[in-house]
Design a binder for this molecule. Structure first.
Ligand code: ATP
Length: 361
């Protein structure tokens, strides 16, 4: 059996600006119907990668293939307009002199007038803007214009769709609905999607696969669950959520902390490690009038801490503690409402199965 051919494959793409590598050997494969999110902090090279695939920017080296056919290397280059790649960028621009219908229909090159009109109506229906079909861009709000731009990008049923923060201008309430609708249209059409975002929530919600990018490189790639639960380093944990960090030294493959000992297999003696854990994996127990936590409440490795402040966040409460042992701060989240008074003494334990131990680089 032959291996399936990726719809989009980029190999070792590189781009340098003013001597600084901005995209530094990025490789990706995206299958038909797959959504891959290129996720990373501002300036890490996500948009530059997308622009090279779109053909509006030239790579210094590396190749781009569509359905196994080369479309761009350093000598051969299919021009952007012949790549049949749908684009939905941050700075979408509708044609101001064209009606909403004509904007959406702009990329429809084949089909009869009636077929084109049907496709335009269908898409405007799906982005909930059919009532504006004969209107003009200036009559629409920013969010509505963005939805028209989405419909325009989807209209020609591109085999590949490149999206750069396409939902960033929409308010929260609208965003979830539009995002889900866009995803279902793209899935129905079996489109390969590369979506750039710096928002972990958006990537978790949209992606079949997340490619985590930092300083021009993809540092980790996989299904959202795997990337979230098996981060490769401290920065990857912190990118997805708040993270607490305990620094400790290793002796006999164990790191000693006020929360007890943590396994550090294969880490040489004397090496510093960071034990990283998320606020939702901290357990809080009350102090029994200076006698410590109830004996059954902990595994014997509770650390004493004092509440610094507590805030209600909607679905959960965030409690910040000052640790007794070294005065450092630690964050814990608790479902629903839990707002202890500042100064209250508590005992903290952490879910060991949810901790990550990383040698300090
Ligand atoms: P953001 O999420 O903020 O859009 P990004 O990850 O998409 O960030 P890029 O837009 O790819 O990042 O930019 C990566 C780096 O390359 C940035 O430091 C940027 O300043 C630089 N850069 C991008 N385009 C150019 C250019 N034409 N000339 C010089 N430097 C550039």
């Amino acid at each position: 059996m032959t291996a399936p051919v990726p719809r989009l494959e980029i190999k070792d793409l590189r781009r340098t600006y003013e001597g600084r590598p901005v995209v530094d050997g990025v490789s990706l494969q995206i299958m038909p119907g797959q959504v891959t999110c290129l996720l990373g902090p501002s300036g890490c090279g996500k948009s530059t990668t997308l622009r090279m695939i779109a053909g509006v920017e030239m790579q210094d080296s590396g190749t781009i293939n569509v359905d196994g056919k080369l479309i761009c290397d350093t000598v051969f280059r299919v021009p952007p307009e012949r790549r049949e790649i749908g684009l939905m960028f941050q700075d979408f621009a509708l044609f101001p002199h064209l009606s909403v219908a004509d904007n959406v229909g702009f990329g429809l090159k084949t089909g009869t007038k009636a077929e084109k009109r049907k496709r335009i109506e269908e898409l405007l229906e799906r982005v909930d803007l059919k009532r504006f079909i004969d209107g003009y861009p200036h009559q629409l709000s920013g969010g509505e214009q963005q939805r028209v731009a989405l419909a325009r990008a989807l209209a020609p049923r591109p085999q590949i769709m490149l999206m750069d923060e396409p939902f960033s201008g929409l308010d929260n309430r609208l965003r979830d609905g539009i995002r889900d609708e866009t995803l279902s249209i793209l899935k129905e059409e079996d489109t390969a999607v590369l979506l750039v975002t710096h928002e972990p929530d958006e990537a978790m919600r949209m992606a079949d696969e997340i490619a985590l990018m930092r300083n021009g490189k993809i540092v980790q790639q996989g299904a959202p669950y795997n990337v979230y639960t098996r981060p490769i380093d401290r920065a990857s944990v912190a990118f997805f959520s708040d993270a607490n960090v305990l620094r400790a030294s290793v002796s006999g493959a164990l790191a000693q902390t006020p929360f007890g000992r943590f396994l550090a297999p294969g880490v040489p003696d004397g090496t510093a490690v960071d034990i990283v854990f998320r606020p939702q994996h901290v357990r809080i127990d009350f102090d029994r009038g200076g006698k410590g936590p109830a004996p059954t409440a902990t595994d014997g490795a509770a650390a004493r801490a004092v509440v610094e402040r507590a805030r209600f966040m909607g679905n959960e409460s965030l409690v910040e503690f000052r640790m007794d042992h070294d005065g450092s701060m630690l964050k814990a989240t608790v479902p629903n409402v839990f707002l202890p008074q500042p100064g209250a003494v508590m005992w903290l334990t952490i879910r060991r199965d949810k901790c990550f131990v990383f040698p300090v680089a």
